[in-house]
Design a protein. Sequence first.
Lengths: 475, 475, 475, 475
Amino acid sequence: MLAELRGLNEECGVFGIWGHEDAAQLSYYGLHALQHRGQEGAGIATKNGKGLLVKKGEGLVNEVFSGDALKGLTGRSAIGQVRYTTEDGRGAENVQPLVFRSTTGSMAIAHNGNLINAKELKENLEKQGSIFQTTSDTEVLAHLIKKSGRGALTQRDCVKKALSMLKGAFAFVLLTEEGLMVAQDPNGMRPLSLGKLGDAWVVSSETCAFDLIGAETIRSVEPGELIIINEKGLQSDRFAEAGDRAMCSMEYVYFSRPDSDIDGINIHMARKRCGKQLAKEVKIEADVVTGVPDSSISAAIGFSEESGIPYELGLIKNRYVGRTFIQPTQAMRERGVKLKLSPVHQVVAGKRVVMVDDSIVRGTTSKRIVKMLKDAGATEVHVVIAAPPLVSPCFYGVDISTDSDLIATGRTATEVCDLIGADSLTFLSAEGMLKAIGRPKEMKNCGQCLACFTGEYPTDIYADTVLPHEKELAR
Amino acid sequence: MLAELRGLNEECGVFGIWGHEDAAQLSYYGLHALQHRGQEGAGIATKNGKGLLVKKGEGLVNEVFSGDALKGLTGRSAIGQVRYTTEDGRGAENVQPLVFRSTTGSMAIAHNGNLINAKELKENLEKQGSIFQTTSDTEVLAHLIKKSGRGALTQRDCVKKALSMLKGAFAFVLLTEEGLMVAQDPNGMRPLSLGKLGDAWVVSSETCAFDLIGAETIRSVEPGELIIINEKGLQSDRFAEAGDRAMCSMEYVYFSRPDSDIDGINIHMARKRCGKQLAKEVKIEADVVTGVPDSSISAAIGFSEESGIPYELGLIKNRYVGRTFIQPTQAMRERGVKLKLSPVHQVVAGKRVVMVDDSIVRGTTSKRIVKMLKDAGATEVHVVIAAPPLVSPCFYGVDISTDSDLIATGRTATEVCDLIGADSLTFLSAEGMLKAIGRPKEMKNCGQCLACFTGEYPTDIYADTVLPHEKELAR
Amino acid sequence: MLAELRGLNEECGVFGIWGHEDAAQLSYYGLHALQHRGQEGAGIATKNGKGLLVKKGEGLVNEVFSGDALKGLTGRSAIGQVRYTTEDGRGAENVQPLVFRSTTGSMAIAHNGNLINAKELKENLEKQGSIFQTTSDTEVLAHLIKKSGRGALTQRDCVKKALSMLKGAFAFVLLTEEGLMVAQDPNGMRPLSLGKLGDAWVVSSETCAFDLIGAETIRSVEPGELIIINEKGLQSDRFAEAGDRAMCSMEYVYFSRPDSDIDGINIHMARKRCGKQLAKEVKIEADVVTGVPDSSISAAIGFSEESGIPYELGLIKNRYVGRTFIQPTQAMRERGVKLKLSPVHQVVAGKRVVMVDDSIVRGTTSKRIVKMLKDAGATEVHVVIAAPPLVSPCFYGVDISTDSDLIATGRTATEVCDLIGADSLTFLSAEGMLKAIGRPKEMKNCGQCLACFTGEYPTDIYADTVLPHEKELAR
Amino acid sequence: MLAELRGLNEECGVFGIWGHEDAAQLSYYGLHALQHRGQEGAGIATKNGKGLLVKKGEGLVNEVFSGDALKGLTGRSAIGQVRYTTEDGRGAENVQPLVFRSTTGSMAIAHNGNLINAKELKENLEKQGSIFQTTSDTEVLAHLIKKSGRGALTQRDCVKKALSMLKGAFAFVLLTEEGLMVAQDPNGMRPLSLGKLGDAWVVSSETCAFDLIGAETIRSVEPGELIIINEKGLQSDRFAEAGDRAMCSMEYVYFSRPDSDIDGINIHMARKRCGKQLAKEVKIEADVVTGVPDSSISAAIGFSEESGIPYELGLIKNRYVGRTFIQPTQAMRERGVKLKLSPVHQVVAGKRVVMVDDSIVRGTTSKRIVKMLKDAGATEVHVVIAAPPLVSPCFYGVDISTDSDLIATGRTATEVCDLIGADSLTFLSAEGMLKAIGRPKEMKNCGQCLACFTGEYPTDIYADTVLPHEKELAR
C-alpha cells in the first residue's frame, strides 16, 4: 500500500560511515537507499581534522544535495538521516543530524525511533536550565550527555550514562571527538545493521543501503549495545542489559525495502511467506490475485503461489508524483481522476479478485481501492491483509494514529469488511505472521513487537508518553 | 528493463482534449500518465475564444507546470506532449506543441513518430522558401499545410493534402481554428486512442491516460484516418487509404504501460502471455524466476506461472533517481555502487535464476545484471528475453541505435550469451510473440511491425532516411 | 524614473562578438551590461566549426545562464539579446536569438527595434506559404532572406535584399555561415555601436557593454550599413542609402545607461546639460533639488548646478525588488507600504522641492511621487521634466502606450500639473533639449527622432502599422 | 563604496512588530528595507495564540520567502532578521530568529551586534551543562535567560538578569510568552529605533524600514533599556544603567541607508556634511568630483557643493550582480572585464578627478578604482575619504579585519596614497567628522564610538574576545 495515502509513516532512517575517503558521497547513496523511510528532510554531517561540517534541508536526498552540495563535506567519517516531518514545515528545525558545538569538542547526532520518557526527561533538563531548539528526542540525548559530563567521565562513559536514562525505541548514530558511536535500545525495537566496505565500517537502518554501495552486511547492532568506531578499530560496549527483543513487526510487514534483511531474514521472503500463510488460513474462490503496490507485492506473489490463483498486475502505481505535483480538485477526484493508483481493466473486469494488502489503517484507502476495482468491472473483491488488524497506537516511532482512528479497533473483520465495501476480509493471524516471518521461536513473540496488533507494549508506557506526531505539534 | 540504462527510447507521447472546462489540467494529468514515454520535455497548448496559449519547457510534467503555470492556460480544448530529447539541450526548441501563428489563424501541433521522407520534404520546402526553426518533423507538417493552402481549400483539406505527403510513422494532434484534429499514419504504426470523458472527447498515445482521468476508451484511431472534433461533434475523415497495419511490436514488449490497451489488447496480459509462451519454448531447470523491473515483470510472472518455477523479487529498482542525482564516479561504480538496480541476496544466493528481460540492445546492461546476480550468489543465471532479438534499426520513432550497436546483429544467441556471461540465453520466437500478443492472425504479421526483429520494413525506406537521433544532431 | 512603474519599455538590447575564444562568456557580460534594456528574457547563440548552439530563456541574464549553462556554448563567435516581453509569458517563444536551421546552413538572429511594415510583409510571406512561430519581427527578416535566396545570390546579397524591404527602426545582429552580420536601419533610429577587443570585433546596443568587458569603442554602425565580419576581416557594405538620421531621443533622455555614449555623446553629460538647460528655461524659488532615481539623477545634478539650489537625495530606490517579490495588497499600499521609492523625510520636510524627472507617461506615477513628497513634509513640489511632453505613440520599438494613455496629449502643462497635484510643472523645450544634447545642428532635428514629442514621424507610417505591444498580443 | 568588494560587513539587521494582523508580511517588507545590512540569510518568527512559527533560510528576503512561504506565518506579532554569514555555508544554522522551545513556553530571538564576553559566558554555561547548536551569541542570551529562571522570577526579570551579564554591542528583539521584548546595550552602540504603525508597535535597526511600511518613527531605544510590548501596551524598563553613549560611527559613514535617521540625524545629510567638511579641510585643484557608488554619493555631493567643483557620475555601479552570477576568470579580469563598477570615460578623460569614498580597508579596491579612472583618461586622481583612517579592528559587530589587514594601520596618508597610486589622499579629521555628523557635543566623542579610528574602545576588551568572523569559524 502507499504510505502517502494513509499517514502510516516511519519516522526516519539513519546511516553512518567511518574511515572512507568518500564518506559524504557514500552517505548520500546510503540515504538514497533509505529514502522510502522519509521523504521530507535529509542531512549529512562529516568530520574532518578540524571539526564537524553539516548540510541538511527539507526535501528528497537528491534535492537537498544538488549541485556542489557534497563537495564541502570533507572528512573520512559521516552520519546522515532521512526524515518524515509534518506537512506545514514547523518541523524544519528538526531535520537531522543535529549538531552541538562546544568549546571542548562538537558532536552530531541522528536518530530513528521514539522515546517514551522524553517529556519527563525534558522537564527535568529544563529545571536544570537546559533549553531546546527542536521538538525532537534527539536533542534530549545531547543534553543528557552534556550533563553527564560534569564529573571526570570520558565521553564514552557520558554517552553510556545518558543512553541508560532513555526509555523507548531508538537507534542512534553519533559523530563525536571519540569517533562514530552507534546505539540500539535495550529491546532492539528499530532495525540497525553493521556492515563493512573494505576497511571502512558502515551502519544503516536497513541493509539495502549496504547493497547499493557495495558493502557487506556483518550483523545487527545488539539491544543495549554501544559500538564505538575510531582509529583503534571497532569496540563493542554496553550501556544496558539486553531486554526481551521486540523488533517492530511493521518493518517486516510494511516499512523496510524488500531487498533488506533484518536479523538475517529477507523482507521480501518474509512477506511472501506471510502471503502463503494467509492462503493457508483462508480459502477463497477467485480468478486473480493482485497486490496493492509497492509493499504488498511480495505477499500477493506468495498468496498466488500457495493458492494457485494466478497473480496479475491489477493495480498500477503512478510514478512521478512529486511534491510539486498539482493536486486535482475535489470535483475532479469525484469525477474519477486518480493520481496514485490505476486499475488495469482487462485484468479485473468480470473477475473475482483477491486484493492483497499489508494493513488497513483508517480504511478510507481500502474502501477507495475496492471501489476502484469494482468500477473497473471486478465481480467480487476479497481483501486479504498479510498482517493482523491494527488496533493500538505505536509509541515507538511509527506514526499510527490514535486508536480512535484505527478502523479495526473495536470492530470485527466482518464489520470492517462492510465499511470498506469488500466481499470478504481476512487478516493474517498473529501466530501465522510470526511463523511466516520465521524469527526464533524461543524468544517471546519470536522477538517481535506486537503492540499495534495486541496493545501489549514491550516497555512501560508512562502517563505522559506522547505519540510521535504530538511531539511535532508541541511548541 | 530500464530505459535510461540503454538508450532505447520512445520519442514521445501525445494527448488531446476537446470540450472540457478543465482542458489544461486534464491534459496535465493525461501527460503525467504518459510520462514514461518521455521525461525530457513537456508542453500544453490550449485554445480559448481569442487564440492559442502555450506553456512548455524541459523537464518532467510536474517540473514544467509548477506553481500557477496551468492557470494561464484557459480554454476548453488542449493538446500536449511529453518528449524525449537529446541530453545536451540542443533540442530545447523541439519541445512541443509547436505553435504556428498566422494572420488568418493559428495552429498548435504535437507529434509522436518519425517521418522517413522528412529530409526530402524539407529540401523541397526550403527550395520554395520555407525556413525551419526546429529539427523536428512536426514543423514539416505545418509547412505542408500552409503550402497546401494557397488555393481555396478549407483547412481540413489542406491538412489532408499535407498528411498525404508524409511517409513513415506518425500520430498527430493539431489544435486549429477548425477544431481538434487527430491523425494516424496509413500503417497505424504508433498507438493512438480515442476516448470520451462525459461530453468531452479525448485522444492519447496510451489508454492509461484515460483511466487516470476517468475517461472511457472508445477505439483506436484508424490508419489513414483524420478525425476532426469541433462544435459540430466528431467527424471521421481519411487522408489516405489504410495500408497494412503495422503496430510497433515494441509498444507491447517494452514501451507502453502495463495498464494500457492497444487495439483492445492489454499490455500486461500480452506480456504475461509472452512470458508463458517463452516458458513453453524453452525448458530450464531453475529455482527462481525474476524479472528486470519495471517492464519485464509481467513476462516474468507469466514465465513463472507456466514453468512452475517460483516468481521472486530478485532485483529491486531504486526509485527517486532524478536528473539532479549526483552520479557515482567510475571508481565508485567499480567498487560496487549501483544506483538503479539492487539484487536481493537471499532470493538469489545459491539459486539457479531465470532472469526475464524484454530486450537486449547493446548487451552492456544485461552483462552488468548477470554479473550482479552472480556476485549476489546465483549459481546459474539463465537469461530469457520475452521478444525476438533486436537486429535492425528503427526508422519509425524508436531510438534504437544503428545495427552495428545491436549486440544480436550477426550473432547467434550462443555468441551473445557468452558476451553477457549468462549460463544460457533464449529469445522468444517471432511466431511465439505474435501468437502470445494475440492480434488478428488474418493480418500480415498479425498487424505488427517486426522491422527491428527482421529488417523487413513495412514502408519504403529512402536512401536519405535518417534515424531519429540523427535528426537531433542536424543543425 | 522607474521603467517598471509606468510601462515605458525599450524592446531589447543586442550584442555580438567575432573572433574570441571566450565568445559566449563575453556575450554574457555584455548582455549583463545591457540588462536595463530588458529583464524578461535573455539568450546567446554561438557558432563553432560544426553549427549553431543556442541557450535562451525567460528571466535575467544571470538566471538564464546559471550553473554550467555557458559551457555548452562553444565557438569563437556569438550573438545575444536581452528582452522585454509581456507579463503573461505568451511571448516566451519570442526570446531571442531566433535560430533558423536549414539543410544548407543555419542562421541566428537578434533584433532591437520595430518594423512598421511587418504586417504587410507577413501577409505577403504567408501568401507565399511562409509560416510563423513567433510574433516577432525578427522572423520576418529570416523569411525574407530565405525567399531572396531562390536565385543564385550569395548569402550577403540575400541579406541585403531582405533588409532593403524592411521599413522602420532596426538594429540586427546575425550569425550565419558567412560570418557575423550587423545592420542598422536607414535612419539609424536605434543605437548600435562597433568596438574592438584585441583582435576580436564586438557590437552592442550600448557602449557600456564595451567598457564592462574592456573593449574599445570604434564607431556607430551607419544608417543603411551592413557590416560583415568573418575570417577575411570586417567589410562595410550598404543595403540602402542613408536617410535623414533620426536617433531615438528617448535613448538620451531615459533608456541608455549614463556611462554609454551614442555617436560620441555621453548620456550622463547629455542629461546633465538637459537639466542645466531646464534651469535656464525656468526660474523656481526652492530649497532643494532631487531627482527620481535612477534615470533622472544626471538631469537633477545639472539643474542644481545651474540653478544653485542644493542637490539632495530626496528619494531612495529600494533595490532587491525581484520578480519573485511578494507584492503588497491594495489595502497595504493604501496604508502607505511603498516598495520602489522611499522619500527622505529630513531632506524634504519643510522644504520647497524641485523634483526632476525625465518624462511623464500616464501621470499616475508622477502623482504618486508628488504625494509621497508632500506626505513627507515638502511644502511645495515643483516638477520639472528634462524633456518635452510625450504626446504621440512610438512605432519604432519603444513601448509607449497609445496617445489616449499619454496624460500630456491634448493637455497643457498647467492641466497636467493639476492632475498630478504639483505646485508647478515645467517641460524642457524641444529646442532646448536638442541644444543640450548637442548633436550636429546641420542635421534635421540635429539627427534625432522627435516623433513622440511632436507626432512627426521620420518614416512613413502605414495604416496597418501596429504598436510593439499589439504584436505581442497577436496570435 | 561596495561592501562586497572589501569585506567590510555589518552583521545584520533586526525588525519586530506587535499587534498587527499582517505581522509577517510587514516584517517581510521591513526586512526588505534592511536587506543592505545582510544578504546571506533571512528569517521571520511569528506568534499566534498557539505558539511560535518560524521560517528562515539562506539567501535574500525575496528568495527565502517565495511563493506561499508567508502564509503559514500567522499571528499578530513577529520578529525577523537579515544576516551576513560566512561564505561556505557553515553558518547556516546561525540564520535567525533562533527559536527555543520549552514545556513552559517558547521564545524566538534575533540579534544585531557582538558580545565581547561571549567566550567566557559560553564556557561557564557549558560547565553548567548547557549545549550549543550554533556559533552565534544569540544562543548565549537564551541560555542565560533559562538559567536565570530557576528561582521564582518572572520572565521579564529573567531577561533583565540575563541581559545584565552581557558585555559588548547588542540590539535584541525577543518574541516570548510575555510579549515582544526589545533591548539595547548600555552604550547604545548599534542603531535600534521604535516606531508606530496605527495601533501597532514596530522596532527596526533602521528607520528606512518604517518609511517603507508607512510607519512613524517615535524614538531610539535607549542604552540599557528593555522595552516590553504586550496586550497591556508598551512598558519601558531597564536592565542596566546607561553608560556613555557610543553609537557606531560607521553606521553614519557607511552602513545605514541614506534615508534612515539615527537619533534624529539623517544619514544622507550627515554624509553630505562630512563631504562639505572635507572640502573645508583640504583644497584641491580639480575639474570634477565623483563618488564611489552607492555609499559615498552623499559625501561627494557635499564635497562638490562646498568646493564648487562640479559633481559628476564618474563611476557607474553594475546592478543585477546576484549570487548566481558567473564570475570572470582571472585572465578575463586582467584583460579588463569589470563587473561591479564601470568608469564613465567622457566624464573623467582629460580631467583632474576628486574621487570621494567613505573608507579604505585593505586598499586593494581603492587601488583598482584609481587605476580604472586613470585608464579611462583621468589626468589626476585625488582620493578624499569622508572619514578618518581605519586603524583598529572592531569587536562590536562590524567585520573589519584585524589591524594587520588595514592598510592605514601604521602608515601615513602619504604612504597609503603611494600604495593606491593616487595623486593625493586626504582623510577627514575625527573632529571634522564629529562636527559634521552633528551629534550632541556635550557627550564624550559626541556619543559616537571611534574605536576603529582611534583604537580606544568604549568598553573593556577581554583577552579572549574574538572578532565576529572568528566566531563563525569556531566549531
